[in-house]
Design a protein. Structure first.
Length: 282
């Protein structure tokens, strides 16, 4: 059996010794870019590698790009091979933020044509709560070759988003918190507000109190209410920098609403051009 959206802690525990399974720790903090790596060294799931959001899963920021530009896919594919990921591997990614950062690598792997990747539901917090093993030992990695099959249709550029909003062929969902979406506060980016025409669904709405994702049927009902008569393929997700937007995309896929896309540059890229329309309030 393969996993392509979420995997439970119990299911992963049963496969810890499976050499065909690769676990990757994606913990990160926007307030302290090295905290995730520090926490990894203090303790992580057995055999887990570490992927750094800025250094591994993003490329350099430029004057025209957002805060977490898409990585060089060729370089990422090389890293995946160095981490022991082959095209046959079942990959499991996790973090300590409900999947907010792990979702980025989940989406990147799918964009590279690798569907056998799942986010650990509940992350390392639920794993530890269940009493499952944590280690400080670094994994013994056998490097291999990962061959990418890039799916360029999985994301939209700023220009494509602007054009398709204008002809009303897409609906845009913003995963940021309501107060940031409304432009009441903006702790990170220099301009507050949202893309005119976007609707708000904070990624936290996908989670139950346990930190696990809501049941698929519940997620499906909520997203169907949000998108109305739109097909999933007409839905584009965004956030501040294209990271937590992947959480809403993952939630839709888990709910069986397949084919939505990512505006990878998101708000931090959108505001680089003052001619792009923005709005505040609801």
């Amino acid at each position: 059996m393969s996993y392509s959206t979420l995997i439970s802690a119990d299911a992963l525990r049963a496969q810890l010794d499976n050499p065909d399974w690769i676990i990757i720790d994606c913990r990160f903090s926007l307030a302290d870019a090295e905290l995730g790596a520090k926490n990894y060294r203090r303790g992580h799931l057995p055999n887990a590698r570490y992927a750094h959001l800025d250094k591994d899963l993003s490329s350099a920021i430029t004057s025209q790009k957002g805060r977490h530009p898409l990585p060089d896919f060729r370089a990422l594919s090389q890293k995946l091979g160095n981490w022991g990921v082959s095209n046959r591997s079942q990959v499991v990614v996790y973090d300590d933020a409900g999947g907010a950062f792990a979702g980025r690598l989940w989406w990147l792997l799918r964009t590279l044509g690798h569907d056998k990747v799942a986010v650990l539901d509940g992350g390392i917090k639920l794993w530890q709560k269940k009493g499952y093993p944590i280690t400080t030992a670094l994994p013994v990695i056998q490097a291999t070759t990962f061959r990418p099959y890039l799916q360029e249709s999985f994301w939209l550029t700023a220009g494509q988003v602007q054009n398709r909003l204008a002809d009303r062929s897409i609906s845009l969902i913003d995963a940021r918190t309501p107060e940031r979406y409304r432009g009441e506060v903006e702790p990170i980016d220099p301009v507050a507000g949202h893309v005119r025409g976007a609707v708000n669904r904070p990624f936290q709405a996908n989670l139950a109190g346990s930190g696990e994702f809501l049941p698929p049927e519940q997620l499906r009902k909520q997203f169907e209410t949000l998108i109305g008569d739109r097909s999933p393929e007409q839905i584009v997700h965004m956030c501040g920098s294209g990271v937590t937007a992947c959480h809403n995309l993952l939630a839709m896929e888990h709910a069986g609403l397949k084919g939505s896309k990512l505006y990878a540059g998101s708000w931090s890229e959108w505001i680089r051009n003052k001619n792009r329309p923005i709005a505040k309030g609801k």
